[in-house]
Write a protein that binds this ligand. Structure first.
Ligand SMILES: [Zn+2]
Length: 401
């Protein structure tokens, strides 16, 4: 059984221990380090992954810690190589440990405050590399979360002691969340606020949690997932947010706090000018259609014909076609390559039914589409199929190419 030194002292980051067992790490073979080994010690300050908190990193006997696993009674230290000595020194990555202590204690505090204010119980906790989340049963609105954030930070500023005690599970432990553990239970208390059964690493007073920042909210399987950051993470995030917002503010040459309203106004302006642009483009296309009609040669049957190569069939192509065939007896064809598509328009007095003609030519070539007698449109599976269709169509309707 491994003695867990972090149970009584979360600040212990250097220790000596005796190696009591080791085995090749068959569970996670890694070609890069075939000598990987699981090492067991009589005691350890390394925290193994459990309760939503990731394992500690660092060195054991000069070898890098790859993973720390809780095997129940024992803790396995997965090392990058094979250990030679029987007695070793362990050194834990202090910054990572302190970060985990801040996030984890912050979670206790936030969960306790959510009970205190809104009777909303925490059902799970995850400490991620970037952010931490808790899942809370029920619903809370953004104003309630702002209130919880204010209250949690108030308790941080009060610098209340956070203490560790061990009590027997047979008595009334007065815990926030009942524990299933039998016998001696490790209890983490925040003075006059919270008592939780927990095996994790925590700071000794709420002031060391540092600022608590609530961010994103998501609905996940009927629960509310709250993203939060504590301590140095909260400061780093606030700094990144400030820099991102400042970049936006610089674009608008506006004070930071006025930027959201300005962005809204700019978006409305953009939508308005997009509407105007669309209207002008249609008018231009109609004028083009009329000009094309005026330039087009009149056939012996009195019909004017034109064929246009365009990049794609758009609202403007249709406006141009409509305007062309509205000017007198006329047939208009637009051919697009990206993607392969065709547009056929014909005036009522041209004797051509656009929909019928196109449907008949599209079908055998794997194309799809249709339309009315005056305007029809279709898409084709390939440029070759389009080319073939264009040849048949221009021949049939006597369109000069
Ligand atoms: Zn804890």
């Amino acid at each position: 059984m491994t003695e867990r030194l972090y149970y009584r002292d979360s600040y212990l980051t250097e220790f000596r221990a005796r190696v009591v067992g080791s085995s090749p790490d068959a569970a996670s073979p890694d070609a890069a380090s075939p000598d990987r080994e699981r090492v067991y010690l009589d005691r350890t300050a390394f925290y193994p992954t459990s309760g939503g908190q990731p394992f500690d990193t660092g060195e054991l006997g000069g070898l890098e810690i790859v993973e720390v696993i809780d095997e129940g009674d024992r803790i396995a230290h997965v090392l990058a190589g094979a250990l030679a000595e029987a007695e070793v020194a362990g050194r834990i990555d202090r910054d990572r440990r302190l970060d985990h202590m801040q996030q984890h204690t912050g979670q206790h505090l936030l969960s306790a405050v959510l009970i205190e204010l809104f009777d909303a119980p925490t059902v799970s906790f995850h400490l991620g590399a970037e952010a931490c989340t808790i899942d809370v049963a029920g619903t809370l609105d953004p104003e309630q979360l702002r209130e919880a954030e204010r209250r949690a930070n108030q308790i941080v500023f009060e610098n209340r002691p956070v203490t560790i005690s061990f009590q027997d599970s047979s008595g009334d432990l007065g815990l926030r969340k009942a524990t299933e553990r039998e016998g001696l239970v490790r209890i983490i208390s925040i003075e006059n606020l919270d008592r939780s059964a927990c095996g994790g690493t925590h700071v000794r007073a709420t002031g060391e949690i540092g600022p608590i920042l609530i961010r994103k909210l998501d609905r996940v399987r009927g629960n509310l997932r709250i993203e939060f950051l504590c301590g140095a993470r909260a400061v780093a995030r606030a700094r990144a947010d400030f820099e991102a917002l400042s970049r936006i503010a610089r674009v608008f040459s506006s004070p930071l706090d006025e930027t959201p309203a300005l962005v809204d106004a700019q978006r409305e302006k953009l939508q308005e000018s997009e509407r105007t642009r669309g209207k002008l483009a249609t008018e231009l296309a109609q004028a083009n259609g009329r000009a094309l009609y005026a330039e087009a040669a009149v056939g012996p049957d009195g019909i004017r014909r034109t064929i246009r190569r365009v990049e794609s069939i758009t609202e403007e192509s249709r406006a141009e076609a409509q305007s062309f065939v509205a000017s007198g007896p006329a047939i208009f064809v637009a051919v697009a390559e990206k993607p392969p598509a065709i547009l056929l328009a014909a005036s009522k007095d041209s004797g051509v039914n656009s929909g019928d003609v196109l449907k008949r030519l599209l079908g055998p070539r794997g194309g799809r589409g249709g339309g009315s007698a005056t305007m029809a449109q279709g898409s084709l599976p390939s440029s070759a199929a389009l080319q073939e269709l264009v040849e048949s169509l221009t021949q049939e309707l006597n369109i000069p190419v």
